[in-house]
Design a protein around this ligand. Sequence first.
Ligand code: PMV
Length: 339
Amino acid sequence: MSTDELPRHVTARAGTNIAFVKYWGKRDKVLNLPATGSLSLTLAELGSETRVRFAADAGEPDGRDRVLLDGAPADDRFAGRVRGFLDLVRARAGVRLPAEVSTTNSVPTAGGLASSASGFAALAVAAARAAGLKLSPVELSVLARRGSGSAARSIFGGFVEMSAGAALDGTDAHAEQILGPEAWDLRLVVALTTRAQKPLGSTAAMERTASTSPYYSSWVESTARELPEARAAVGDRDLARLGAIAERSALRMHACALSAEPPIIYWNPSTLAAVQAVLELRAAGTAAYFTIDAGPHVKVLCPTADAAAVASALGKVPGVQSTIVAAPGPGARVVEEAA
Ligand code: PMV
């Protein structure tokens, strides 16, 4: 496709995803290849919308890509990651033009809510199309992975499994859907326990964990064992089985991070209080199961019918700022395109 045939701009939307079998560690840093597979649920409510335009006048005065986040120029770290990602797309498409990228997140900016997952999934879809590439969902997942490991999963909706892959070039390290978003009537309740940014980004934290935690190799082995179990639990729509795996996976991931040198402590007192509240709900008969990512927030999987009660119980936990109830959602998709 010649440059003057490129679409004027493309907008894509993607939901974030929450992993029940966590990804925590890489087997290749440059290609961003995970050490293990993972399993997640893509959400409808929390996500990113990203608009991309490649054009001679799209960049900054110095020729670099213009990167806007929620309407304002993005900070250098985020803009640098986006520019690096756009270079991959340009190289593949044979496009030399600068881009303007504008992203709005419906994920609150507080850390640990995985805005990079929805952000890079939406960017992969919008940038590939805007550059004239026609990629399959699997190819988009491989591409999105270069931006953020968890973004590879947000290309697909519903329950998604990410393969670690074995190929050195990463072509088999991608996600695929294992159960559609409508197939299981569940909700994810998010309890936000702070408004502060997360202390340490996931890439640096994974590297520190892999190189210093004495438990890292056990973590990798146990995750490989849990993955087929979790896949079977999703296939059987067995919430108790999936929930038990999810809680183990989250606690083992954090145990590994806690045991790094220096230690990585993502939790605050409300994190633990919210976990306690989930255990109390369960003792009283509600099928609610927690997980925690690279931040202090607690996410709780439960049947749709119990979501309001779970949100109300979590909202009463001291230190919980707010709660969000999110439904399973679709994969990343183009929502607007101007010829
Ligand atoms: O995709 P990244 O590099 O932001 O890493 C995600 C790490 C966790 O959210 C903690 C776990 C996961 O599998 O999503």
